[in-house]
Design a protein around this ligand. Sequence first.
Ligand SMILES: [Fe+2]
Length: 234
Amino acid sequence: MKRIFDIHSHILPAVDDGSPDMETSIRLLKEEVSEGVTDIILTPHYRLDMFLTPATTVQKVFNEFESEVAKNDIKVNLYLGQELHYAKEMLPLIKEKKALTLNGTNYILLEFSWHIKPENPSQIIKEFIDNGIIPIVVHYERFPYKTIDDIVEMKKVGALFQVNAYSLMGVEREERMFFAEDMLKNGLIDFISADYHKGKRLELTNAYNKVVSLVGEKTADKLFYLNAKDILKR
Ligand SMILES: [Fe+2]
């Protein structure tokens, strides 16, 4: 049964490049709900050289958004997190609670550099794990330096992987779609999410149907809902 728990989204108003104002945010959320989203983690960018909205501000905007969602009578469970762009400083920032985990758990969304391959990605993952933080690496399929071998190595030391729904639908480059399909068929994806920003495409329903046809409904339900539900329990 299609149910969607979206763990990666940029629809909080005016905290990053996702949505400029409350009205847009409510519209984007309604679009998510119309695709079957029952639960969503709001994960604005946190990036030291670019997006620096402090966690206290993000929390305040989240509270305002929550009451606006209630006023609009939108039936959806909201949670808060951030998408953390990798830097050496990120681990101490998490410990100081200046960078947010997913809903206060020990899971984080971790984004690697777009153009420069991290020198030793497995070592980076291991350092987080050794400090009790479990990285969910976001949309690795979009990076030019990606290899399946690197993903396997990172998974060996405990990383989880989130793929964007629109990557799987070939909305961006076709090679990213083929790579995402390879990840799927090799059991290397843990979550499929929208990474929704204003002006991007959601593609959740299309991606769900595609996953059902490629690897079956049981796996689709894990990647779109059950695995996410699971991490919030911890
Ligand atoms: Fe994102």
